[in-house]
Design a protein around this ligand. Structure first.
Ligand code: ASP
Length: 354
């Protein structure tokens, strides 16, 4: 569905530059890609000035390759967003692609009551190169962050009122996205939720799929992310020693269990007993499929049923990134295991289909 939209007279957009390939340049000596500053980045995209937006910016010093992203840096981003919330209409976060889906998911849970666009983008090739995808990605993200609803009861409100990833030809919900390619200019995809907008000659918004927020609700930060949560992958050949060692890591409160297909795992008693013991000891185990598309239906096969019997909670069709950061956020709020287990299969910010 294409919609009638408009851009406010002089949109106030804040660019948060965290790093990533988009802002990298070739080191003359080694040939390796190293990050460069926000000013260099903007000098390389003079077209940004032609948008006529009122731009402000915050930059990480030094910028980071997103493989070094972590909960403390997510907190910094969330705090910058909150500190400028009344002065800007939208945000564009320039970020490396490698962990962009984790950051987008984490921010979705951290920014409670968000009613403005927070658009993450980056690129596969650095903006300084002759052939690259960064310029178009930045310009498009800025335009999306400035877009307003033109007609109806919500006229004048931001078109996007959530955390989203704009990359290549699509806008995806942040907490539904996954990096699917290390080379394709369409690096991201949301396998279980439709695109929020498609970009070709026009930017076509799919208003039915965009999240709608209460505009008069204040933004509340929930930035404490527990690091007592991890990911365990199930694979043919997994041994009891390896599984038990991970589950028994001191201090851990919960794990995302990455299973096969519709949420299946080995049914050998050593496996189910080890899992059941972990649940009995108070840990929250959430079942997420290793398949990029589809989700967990624990009761579909006996192999999934056994996990449900052992006390594993279904993660339905959440991405691994969303499940991990959601659990970090819930434990970070000080909730107990029973409440975390109860909330994991419930949609908080549109991260799962219920
Ligand atoms: N390693 C880079 C990063 O994630 C890759 C990229 O930006 O695409 O920061």
């Amino acid at each position: 569905m294409s919609s009638n939209t408009s851009v406010v007279a002089k949109p106030r957009i804040m660019i948060i530059y965290t790093g990533g390939t988009i802002g990298m340049i070739e080191d003359a000596k080694t040939g390796a890609l190293v990050p460069f500053t926000f000013d260099h980045l903007i000098q390389n995209v003079p077209k940004i000035g032609r948008l006529g937006f009122e731009l402000s910016h915050y930059e990480f010093n030094p910028p980071v390759d997103s493989s070094n992203m972590n909960p403390a840096l997510w907190k910094t981003i969330a705090e910058v967003i909150a500190a400028h919330y009344d002065q800007v209409d939208g945000y564009v976060i320039l970020h490396g692609t490698d962990t962009m889906a984790y950051t987008a998911s984490a921010l979705s849970f951290m920014l409670e009551g968000l009613a403005k666009p927070v658009i993450l983008t980056g690129s596969q090739l650095p903006i300084g190169e002759i052939r690259e995808d960064g310029t178009e990605n930045v310009i498009t993200a800025l335009q999306i962050a400035a877009e307003r609803i033109e007609q109806g009861l919500r006229a004048g409100q931001p078109m996007v009122q959530e955390v989203a990833i704009s990359f290549g030809r699509h806008l995806w919900r942040g907490c539904r996205s996954t990096k699917e390619s290390s080379t394709d200019f369409g690096a991201f995809r949301s396998f279980n939720y439709p695109s929020l907008a498609d970009m070709d000659l026009h930017i076509t918004y799919h208003q039915d799929f965009l999240r709608r927020a209460e505009q008069d609700k204040p933004l509340t930060l929930q930035t404490d992310m527990s690091e007592t949560v991890g990911i365990i992958s199930v694979y043919p050949g997994l041994t009891q020693a390896v599984l038990a060692r991970q589950l028994e890591t001191p201090g851990m409160q919960g794990f995302v269990l990455r299973t096969f297909g519709a949420g299946n795992a080995p049914t050998a008693s050593w496996f189910t007993d080890t899992i059941a013991d972990a649940v009995k000891s108070g840990k929250v185990l959430v079942n997420i499929t290793q398949c990029p598309a589809g989700g967990v239906e624990q009761e579909r096969y006996a192999t999934g049923d056994a996990l449900a019997d052992a006390g594993v909670i279904t993660g339905l069709d959440m991405t691994c990134e969303a499940a991990l950061t959601k659990m970090m956020s819930l434990f970070g709020r000080g909730l107990d295991a029973a409440r975390v287990a109860e909330l994991m299969p419930q949609s908080l910010v549109g991260e799962l289909s219920d």
